[in-house]
Design a protein. Sequence first.
Length: 175
Amino acid sequence: MRRAVLTLLVALPFLAACGGDGPNDADSELAASLIEQRAAGIELANTTIGRDRLSPRIAQLAEQIRVDGTADIDALAALLKEWGEKAPRTGFGTGDGHTPHEDGHGDLEKLAAASDARFERAWLERMIAHHQEALTLAAEIEERGESEELAGEVDETVATLEAELERMRGWLGET
């Protein structure tokens, strides 16, 4: 009996370490939400396309958001596939499941129709709010999720979003 208890005490920390590194239901749900969120960021970035008087820094940031967002969607979709889940269909990256609802689509149309003088400030305000929403979602993933792979993806995304937020807030102060 004593040997069994000792074996259990020795094995318990190892068994505990085995838990918590795989995905749970929250991981799947939140990864899908993050795919939709990143797709919405790409849509917002796309409102800069074809603007005649767009500053080079806004054009460069919008392009980087498209590139990073597509890479994030691909990575998150691969995780979901690995977990036996379907990724939301976004039109960007490799999402292949359902189509997300389009919150704020009318707002994007209004933004795209804004005059050049108003567009950049409105775009920055909207993208800052969008990045803040992404950071809130990332915090929720950190709190509720268990997948170390998802946490790693989110950590990289958070670092990028925080750097972009700092730049955009600075630019907003200049406009």
